[in-house]
Design a binder for this molecule. Structure first.
Ligand code: APR
Length: 350
């Protein structure tokens, strides 16, 4: 999953680089800056003293010292003064300059905090929008594993109208929790549905401690075929595997493989596994991510899911949120993941 969102302390993450939300002196401070300096040890400050500070919007790199990462990329976000003083452009340049250094130093994985959203008072919803927009833009052209770290989940904000729309949709559709039957996880892919270290109790209770794809409902008969498909094609498609239907849909949409898996927040390696194995069984989040990338309507989404052994069910809040976005034809997987994260659900991608 090229872009993951987790709630964690960034100083605990094992990756090639962590990004620090610093100030122009680079001599440490509070918040994530303080936590990184504390965990890295005094050698970090000693190296920072040699850098001569850093301008707002720019970035500089040091070693990680006692942190479980190779590098720290220090960037200085803008202080929020109402939004009319070039704050957004400066915040965007923080992400771009940090990525430029990560690429220069051949980092394969990088973790970002929500820059400027603490002491610098950048409104969290807007800081989140800029972060996800800049990261997804970078990932559309580059291969890297990026983790956006949300430290204070209670303060996490998505668009208020969107949040209330989704809550109303859940209230309307949700038929209450049914015990999620753990299924024999598919041999190829059985990652836990939620990052257990950050999944709140409610979510774990909701999903239980299962790993691997959970089918919320027994396998249904295949959905009625689209009228325009010939009987011959329909019969051929009936025994089409997930992988075959996926590749057929990519062709029908005129997409390249890369366009599809990047839009699905799926990494290249996983896609090539699916492409090369006709009977590959993906996780539910991976299967749905592809239907979002292909912008499939609900009926076709259900058909693609059924090929992977899953169904959408109104006893699952996760499934209802997916149905909400498809019904509203919003296929922006990063926006969907922001909403899933807000509702303590597993994220799309793989
Ligand atoms: N891990 C991950 N994220 C964290 C951590 C942590 N250990 N600690 C704080 N955060 C989050 C905050 O919840 C916030 O969402 O980092 C985000 C940025 O908050 P700040 O650290 O306050 O950074 P910023 O708003 O950019 O202000 C920078 O604060 O600490 C000083 O020296 C720093 O002067 C600079 C200013």
């Amino acid at each position: 999953m090229p872009l993951k969102m987790i709630c964690a302390d960034i100083t605990t993450l094992t990756c090639d680089a962590v990004v620090n939300a610093a100030n122009e002196t680079l001599l440490g401070g509070g918040g994530v800056d303080g936590a990184i300096h504390k965990a890295a040890g005094k050698e970090l400050l000693a190296e920072c003293k040699t850098l001569g500070g850093c301008k707002t919007g720019e970035a500089k790199i040091t070693n990680g010292y006692r942190l479980p990462c190779k590098y720290v990329i220090h960037t200085v976000g803008p202080v929020w003064h109402g939004g009319e003083n070039g704050e957004e452009a400066l915040l965007r340049s923080c992400y771009r300059n940090a990525f430029a250094l990560a690429r220069e130093y051949r980092c394969e994985s990088v973790a970002f905090p929500l820059i400027s959203s603490g002491a610098y008072r950048y409104p969290k919803e807007q800081a989140l929008f800029v972060a996800v927009d800049e990261i997804s833009r970078f990932l559309s052209e580059n291969e890297m594993l990026v983790c956006l770290v949300i430290y204070d989940k209670a303060a996490y904000r998505i668009n208020e109208n969107l949040a209330s729309d989704i809550s109303a949709f859940i209230d309307e559709k949700y038929v209450g929790e049914k015990p999620v039957l753990a299924v024999q996880s598919a041999p190829q892919e059985s990652e836990p549905l939620l990052d257990s270290e950050c999944a709140p109790a409610g979510a774990q209770a909701f999903f239980g401690r299962i790993s691997g794809p959970a089918s919320a409902a027994p396998r249904k008969k295949s959905a009625p075929r689209a009228k325009e498909t010939s009987l011959q094609d329909a019969l051929k498609q009936l025994d089409e595997s997930f992988s075959e239907m996926l590749l057929r849909k990519i062709d029908e949409k005129g997409m390249t493989d890369a366009e599809c898996y990047k839009k699905a927040n799926i990494d290249r390696k996983l896609f090539s596994k699916i492409r090369s194995d006709k009977y590959y069984k993906p996780s539910k989040t991976t299967a749905i991510a592809f239907s979002i990338a292909l912008e499939l309507p609900l009926a076709e989404t259900k058909e693609l899911l059924m090929k992977a052994g899953f169904a959408l069910s109104h006893s699952s809040k996760f499934d209802i949120i997916i149905e909400y976005f498809i019904t509203n034809r919003n296929y922006n997987i990063f926006e969907i993941n922001e909403a899933l994260f807000a509702f303590d659900q597993a994220l799309l991608g793989g």
